[in-house]
Design a protein around this ligand. Structure first.
Ligand SMILES: Cc1ncc(COP(=O)(O)O)c(C=O)c1O
Length: 403
């Protein structure tokens, strides 16, 4: 097609000019044969990297048997995957869907119905500055980003917004409110710029929710599935939420979402309260089960912790002292390189990093270089990524400093 012809695609993405065609581990190739080191894993999705033999075999085998059957019938692999997720999280049951926003939408519906069941007609949910929960009307209303919300008013009501890691602010914002039913938080904000909820804050939230009879709902869509070195990022605080939405890395690239629930939250939905056509289909379930099995068999939680620490340490040692570099933050393989100025062009210049290969990285909140590589990345690959990012950032800051 002529480049000047109008695109048949809706104008929703400012894509980078590259068509990726295939991959192997943490490496990808474009249609022209150029190679890229993947520091993004499809935004925390390709847990096992690309073309993982066990994942490909499981998907292929399942495709030959049955891809979709409908929730009109029982799906054996749903039961197996749900049992596994409950065992890993210490929670009670699961609803399967197809994406992060759908998992969050289900969580919000659980919170609202939990309130209605207690006689609260207009339930309110505490949400956070800089949060990102998705782009459906309810989840964009819960999101703390004016750009995401612009043009879509009237927003869904029933959210009370507070700053993260400030218990006094939460207590003040809710002191006069009788209708609060839940707190909804990302254990580590991803789109918001790799901002972690402090361990003590998460523990305090757990205690507060218990004391007030609120649900603690932790969005692990981006930070979950082993990325931080534990199955779920909130587990660093030793707490268990009441509701936990998952998606992204759960099936290593096959679309899937899940909302995991515990206690009263697990008993909120009855037949007819929620549903989906595609959710929990056998293909996605097999892909997720295999992803979890490989994470366990290959020690990928430990790998994420070890390789992530190496990546962060190398970035800090290469960038420390350079004017314009602020910090490296995050945990495991969920890292942000924070600059003091906007650096969005870095994602494009990274594609041309060197003659032999480019880098796939992302910039969020305008000045945070976000790294979310596959959990299979090894230390040598992490070193290449760290050196590449450090050089790109250094060159960018030096060029930017020139009059
Ligand atoms: C924390 C979090 N929640 C929800 C979502 C939405 O997920 P999806 O794009 O699959 O709808 C995202 C996506 O980036 C996310 O990071």
């Amino acid at each position: 097609m002529n480049d000047l012809a109008p695109s048949p695609l809706m104008n929703t993405y400012a894509n980078l000019p590259v068509y990726l065609s295939h991959g192997e581990g943490v490496w990808l190739w474009d249609e022209g044969g150029r190679k890229y080191l993947d520091g993004l894993a499809g935004i925390a999705v390709n847990t096992l990297g690309h073309n993982h033999p066990r994942l490909v075999a499981a998907i292929t085998d399942q495709a030959k048997r049955i891809i979709h059957s409908s929730n009109i019938y029982k799906v054996r692999y749903q039961e197996q995957l749900a049992a596994k997720l409950c065992a890993l999280s210490g929670m009670d049951n699961v609803f399967f869907c197809n994406s992060g926003l759908e998992a969050n939408e289900a969580a919000l519906k659980i919170a609202r119905k939990f309130g209605h069941d207690k006689g609260i007609e207009a339930p309110e949910i505490v949400v956070y500055d800089d949060a990102f929960h998705g782009r459906s009307l309810a989840t964009l209303s819960a999101t703390g980003n004016a750009k995401v919300q612009k043009g879509f008013a009237p927003l869904v009501p029933g959210f009370v917004r507070v700053p993260m890691n400030d218990l006094a602010a939460l207590e003040a914002a809710t002191a006069q409110r009788k209708n609060v039913v839940a707190v909804f938080i990302e254990a580590i904000q991803g789109e918001g710029g790799i901002n972690a909820a402090q361990i003590e804050y998460l523990r305090a939230l757990r205690a507060l929710c218990d004391a007030r009879g609120w649900l603690l709902m932790i969005d692990e869509v981006q930070c979950g599935m082993g990325r931080t070195g534990k199955w779920f990022a909130h587990q660093w605080a030793g707490i268990v939420p009441d509701v936990m939405p998952l998606a992204k890395g759960l099936a290593s690239g096959v679309p899937v979402g899940a909302v995991v629930a515990r206690g009263a939250a697990a008993r909120v939905f009855g037949p007819g309260n929620h549903g989906t056509t595609f959710g929990g289909n056998p293909l996605a379930m097999r892909a997720a089960l295999e992803t979890l099995a490989v994470i366990e068999d290959d020690g990928l939680l430990q790998n994420a912790g070890k390789v992530g620490a190496h990546l962060a340490a190398t970035l800090r040692s290469r960038l420390g002292g350079i004017a314009g570099f602020e910090e490296v933050r995050g945990r495991g393989l969920m890292l942000g390189v924070v600059l003091d100025r906007p650096c969005t062009p870095l994602a494009l210049s990274a594609l041309g990093y060197c003659d032999d290969y480019g880098l796939l990285i992302n910039v969020t909140q305008e000045r945070v270089v976000r790294l979310l590589p596959a959990l299979v990345m090894n230390e040598d690959e992490a070193l290449l990524l760290a050196e590449g990012v450090a050089r790109l950032v250094t060159d960018f800051l030096l060029a930017d400093a020139k009059p």
